[in-house]
Design a protein around this ligand. Structure first.
Ligand code: GDP
Length: 364
C-alpha cells in the first residue's frame, strides 16, 4: 500500500490530526512538545462515494474501500539532522514513506506553546525543509564516497547512482530540495532507489482556527503561495474540527459539517489530495459478494492492475472485462451497460482508467 508520513514541528496539531484520521487514542494529543515519540501507524479507508453507488446496483453484501497508510512522525525539530534529541530515527521513518504530509500551524492560540514562540508557517516549513536537506546532503556524501570504490571496478549501476547523487548534491548545496530536479525517464528507477528525503512529494497541511476552516486565513494563503512555487500541494484543515467530527456518527457529522459551512470533512480532502500527489487512482471489482476499490498508479497496465489483487492474476492474465464507472451507473449494472455497447474486452496493453469496473480472466 501507499504510505504518507505526517511531519511538522512539535505542537502544530499532528497528533490531533492523526487521531482524527485513525479514530484511535493511540497517539495522544497534549499541549507539550515531544508528546508523540513513537511513530504511530494507521490505516485509513479512502472515501469514495462511487463505491456505495456500485454496491447498491449490484446488491453487494460487503463494501470494501481501498486503504492508505498514515504514519505520525513526531519529533522533527531544529537540529534533528544533527541527531539532537529524537533526530535520526525520525529521519529513517520518513525515508520509508512515499510522500510527506507537512502539517503547519496556521492557528493562533496563546494557550498552545509554539516551539519558536511565534506562528509563522512559512518559516516553520523552511526550518523542517532545511533539516531534511542537511540530512540528505550528509547521507549522499557518505554514499558518494562508498560508491567511488565500485566505480573503479567498472560498476555501471554505481556510476549512474553517483551521477544522480552529484546532481542532487548540487541542488541541495544551492538550497533547493531534491524534488526540484527533473529526472530523465531512464533514470527514474535509480533515482527512486536513492530514497532522498527531499525528493518525496510534499503536501502542506495548513491547520487553521475552526472559524477559518472553510476559507483559510492569511497564513494559509502564504503557505499556498509557497507551495505553488515549489510544485507542492496544499490543504486547509482545522484539526480541532476533524477531531470533533471523528467522534460523531455519519448523520451527525453531516449536520455538523453543514453548520460549519463545510462541504466535506477536511480529512476526506486530505486523503484525496494525498492520492493526487502520489498520482494514484482507483478501479473497482463489483459482485453480489462484495464491491471493492483498489489503488494503482496512473498509467498502470491491466496485468499489473490485476496483480494488486493477487500475483496469480498478473502472471496468468488473459483479459480484463471492462465497464467505465459512468457507463455502469447509466446502464444500472453490467447487463444494461452491455446492451448499450459499453462492455469492453481489454488486453495486456490496456491502461486502466480511474473508475473502471473490471473483471479479470486469468490462467491459474
Ligand atoms: P503535535 O505535537 O504536532 O502532534 O500537536 P498536537 O496534535 O499534540 O497538538 C498540540 C496542542 O495544540 C494540543 O493541545 C491540541 O489540542 C492543540 N491544537 C491542535 N490543533 C489545534 C487547532 O486547530 N486549534 C487550536 N486552538 N488548538 C489546536
Amino acid at each position: 500500500g501507499f504510505k504518507m508520513g505526517i511531519v511538522g514541528l512539535p505542537n502544530v496539531g499532528k497528533s490531533t490530526l492523526f487521531n482524527a484520521l485513525t479514530k484511535t487514542a493511540a497517539a495522544q494529543a497534549a499541549n507539550f512538545p515531544f508528546c508523540t515519540i513513537e511513530p504511530n501507524v494507521g490505516e485509513v479507508a479512502v472515501p469514495d462515494a462511487r463505491l456505495e453507488a456500485l454496491a447498491a446496483i449490484a446488491g453487494s453484501k460487503e463494501i470494501i474501500p481501498t486503504r492508505m497508510t498514515f504514519v505520525d512522525i513526531a519529533g522533527l525539530v531544529k537540529g534533528a539532522s544533527k541527531g539532537e534529541g529524537l533526530g535520526n530515527q525520525f529521519l529513517a521513518n520518513i525515508r520509508e514513506t512515499d510522500a510527506i504530509a507537512h502539517v503547519l500551524r496556521c492557528f493562533e492560540d496563546d494557550d498552545v506553546t509554539h516551539v519558536e514562540g511565534r506562528v509563522e508557517p512559512v518559516a516553520d516549513a523552511e526550518t523542517i525543509e532545511t533539516e531534511l536537506m542537511i540530512a540528505d546532503l550528509e547521507s549522499l556524501e557518505k554514499r558518494i564516497a562508498n560508491l567511488a570504490r565500485k566505480i573503479k571496478s567498472g560498476d555501471k549501476e554505481a556510476k549512474d547512482a553517483v551521477r544522480l547523487l552529484e546532481q542532487a548534491k548540487e541542488a541541495l548545496e544551492a538550497g533547493r530540495p531534491a524534488r526540484t530536479i527533473e529526472v530523465a525517464e531512464e533514470d527514474r528507477k535509480a533515482w527512486a532507489m536513492l530514497q532522498l528525503l527531499t525528493a518525496k512529494p510534499v503536501l502542506y497541511v495548513c491547520n487553521v482556527e475552526e472559524a477559518n476552516a472553510a476559507k483559510g486565513n492569511s497564513k494559509s494563503d502564504a503557505v499556498a503561495k509557497m507551495a505553488a512555487a515549489q510544485g507542492a500541494g496544499t490543504v486547509v484543515i482545522s484539526a480541532k474540527i476533524e477531531e470533533e467530527i471523528s467522534q460523531l456518527d455519519a448523520d451527525e457529522a453531516e449536520m455538523f459539517l453543514d453548520e460549519m459551512g463545510l462541504e466535506e470533512a477536511g480529512l476526506d480532502r486530505l486523503i484525496r489530495a494525498g492520492y493526487e500527489l502520489l498520482g494514484l487512482q482507483t478501479y473497482f471489482t463489483v459482485g453480489p459478494k462484495e464491491a471493492r476499490a483498489w489503488t494503482i498508479r496512473h498509467g498502470t497496465l491491466a496485468p499489473a492492475a490485476a496483480g494488486v489483487i493477487h500475483g496469480d492474476f498478473e502472471r496468468g492474465f488473459i483479459r480484463a472485462e471492462t465497464i467505465a464507472y459512468d457507463d455502469y451507473i447509466a446502464g444500472k449494472g453490467e447487463t444494461g451497460a452491455k446492451e448499450a455497447g459499453k462492455f469492453r474486452v481489454e488486453g495486456k496493453t490496456y491502461e486502466v482508467k480511474d473508475g473502471d469496473v473490471l473483471h479479470f480472466l486469468f490462467n491459474s
